[in-house]
Design a protein around this ligand. Structure first.
Ligand code: ZN
Length: 262
């Protein structure tokens, strides 16, 4: 089974959102696989940290460990070299989708995605099985999968690249139970781990509040086995808004703070 769930719906876009185009159409996002929190690959070191540690209680979802961040150049721009695997037959139109999404992050932050020349550390976009990424800069070549069959939809490139920049999911935030109800009865036990709360020792929200409009928040049906809600915001106004495919203002702010863009 493809590790994707297509979520179609109309979203109302508020001023809180940074997007490159007027939005009134259906959108989709879905990245629900069999990896850490669904779509994240971890190095051995990260696994040891995240799966074996027990933490204090705080509000954190972005790597506090600077060793997993990308480097700044002398102009203060964070450079993320990337390549697109040409052997995997991405259509020109698909490459344009990816590049447009990367531009959205660039316009809101000091992060710049550049075509790799000979940089040692870089992201290689592959047409893999599902949509997924490693977490932060892991060193050397690191793959980021955008399955042509489902991942080239609005928001997914942004979502996966934010993993590559070092963020995990908003709904794995340690205090998420103050903002959303997880309906365990609608989630198969083998998928419970996707709703673990992260050890706050390693992740930080960088001074921003819980963000129901984050592109890193899964939608209401994520990992539901019966079509009923798996995630329900306590503020019912957000029930159809979680799972947003748009970079939120606070998504950008968190990246800017994590990378000291100011
Ligand atoms: Zn994800």
């Amino acid at each position: 089974m493809k590790n994707l769930i297509l979520l179609l719906g109309f979203l109302i876009v508020s001023n809180n959102h940074i997007t490159s185009s007027p939005i009134s159409a259906s959108v989709s996002i879905g990245i629900f696989g069999d990896k850490y929190q669904g779509d994240i690959k971890l190095t051995k070191v990260q696994e040891d940290i995240l799966l074996n540690s027990s933490g204090n209680q705080s509000v954190k979802t972005g790597w506090t460990w600077e060793g997993f961040r990308w480097h700044k150049n002398s102009n203060g721009l964070v450079i993320v070299p990337y390549t697109i695997n040409n052997d995997q037959e991405f259509a020109e139109r698909e490459i344009e989708i990816v590049e447009k999404e990367l531009t959205i992050i660039e316009h809101a932050t000091c992060i710049r995605f550049v075509k790799r020349k000979d940089e040692e550390d870089y992201v290689e976009i592959i047409n893999g099985n599902g949509c997924w990424s490693w977490l932060g800069r892991i060193g050397g070549r690191q793959e980021l999968s955008l399955d042509r069959n489902g991942c080239l939809q609005q928001g997914i490139t942004i979502h996966e690249f934010i993993h590559a920049l070092g963020y995990d999911h908003m709904h794995n935030h340690f205090y998420r139970d103050d903002y959303v109800k997880i309906h365990w009865e609608n989630i198969a036990p083998e998928n419970y781990a996707n709703f673990d709360r992260v050890d706050p020792q390693w992740f930080d929200n960088f001074g921003t509040p819980y963000d129901l409009m984050s592109v890193m928040h899964y939608p209401r049906w994520a990992f539901s086995f019966n079509g009923e809600d798996a995630i329900e915001p306590f503020d019912s106004n957000y029930i159809d808004k979680i799972g947003s495919p748009y970079l939120s203002t606070d998504d950008a702010l968190r990246l800017n703070r994590m990378y000291n863009c100011y």
